[in-house]
Design a protein around this ligand. Structure first.
Ligand code: KIV
Length: 291
């Protein structure tokens, strides 16, 4: 495997190798039992922070439909909107693997349409892999044939919200867990480089992780997965919705931002902002020779 050395503008924390993460790196990490960290990002500023802290994989998730655009679910986001955000993330990221989520409708019609849209994410936005939901083995094989790395996504797939009748934990019976495992194996066989397992029982995810040749990345799938992913806005409390059971809030960005904005508004209202030091002044005139 060739690992390109680079020097990130902001650097990466001590102990994290400053080498570019690629899809084969993730498989190598699984082999070495090194947990894979993954997080979503949708814009330049957050993608830079996420990358500079040494997160291995950044997903430009279609969750942006909800947490950035305020939609009720992920279904409305378009290919053009996803491309726009992927480009912003791409400009920020030096180290992490950049994965773009294929939005609902961009690969559901035909395999040819899915491949054509995936090529746009690589060519026009600089994605290094695409993520697709569901056991679409034929599409994964065609994308692999087209040299596009794929992250598959099984279990609670949010684009299936209407079919599932809501966001419900999947594969809770022995038969359903068996089918989930068969789907994961078939996707890996077809060329998927990693499989996101969302909202499935810990035991089912552990059994898949133990046998799958490629990494599992869990979200609400327990600690045995090869890696974990969360939505950035959930992690920092900016998603304006009650946290799901699997979310751990690591910061209160909403509280922090709210208090900064309130403080600014009060300062403006009391003419405490800007100060003289925050103002520009006329240039001093040079003294006349005879004065
Ligand atoms: O869109 C998204 O953010 C996702 C992850 C949470 C897996 O699909």
């Amino acid at each position: 495997m060739s690992l390109t050395n680079f020097s990130a503008a902001g650097g990466v924390p001590a102990g994290i190798p400053a080498t570019k993460i690629t899809m084969p790196t993730l498989t190598e990490m699984k082999r070495q039992l090194k947990p894979i960290s993954a997080l979503t990002a949708y814009d330049y500023a957050t993608a830079r922070l996420v990358d500079e802290t040494g997160i291995d994989m950044i997903l430009v998730g279609d969750s942006l439909a909800m947490v950035v655009m305020g939609h009720e679910n992920t279904l409305a986001i378009t290919v053009d909107e996803m491309l726009h955000h992927t480009r912003a993330v791409r400009r920020a990221v030096r180290r992490a693997l950049v994965v773009a989520d294929m939005p609902f409708g961009s690969y559901h019609g035909s395999v040819a349409e899915g491949v054509a849209n995936a090529i746009r994410f690589v060519k026009e936005a600089g994605a290094e892999a695409v993520k697709i939901e569901g056991p679409r083995v034929e599409l994964v094989a065609a994308l692999t044939e087209a040299e596009i790395p794929v992250v598959a996504h099984l279990g609670l797939t949010p684009q299936s919200v209407h079919r599932m009748g809501g966001y419900r934990v999947q594969a809770r019976t022995a038969d359903a867990a068996k089918q989930l495992k068969a789907d994961a194996m078939a996707l890996a066989e077809a060329g998927a480089g990693a499989v996101v397992l969302e909202g499935v029982p810990r035991e089912a995810a552990a059994a898949i992780t133990a046998e799958l040749p490629v990494p599992t990345i869990g979200i609400g799938a327990g600690p045995e997965c090869d890696g974990q992913i969360l939505v950035f806005h959930d992690l920092v409390n900016l998603s304006f919705s009650p946290a799901a059971k699997f979310v751990r809030r690591y910061a209160d960005a909403a509280g922090l931002f709210r208090s900064a904005i309130e403080h600014y508004r009060e300062d403006v209202e009391h003419r405490a902002f800007p100060s003289d030091a925050e103002s520009y002044h006329l240039q001093k005139q040079p003294l006349a020779v005879n004065s």
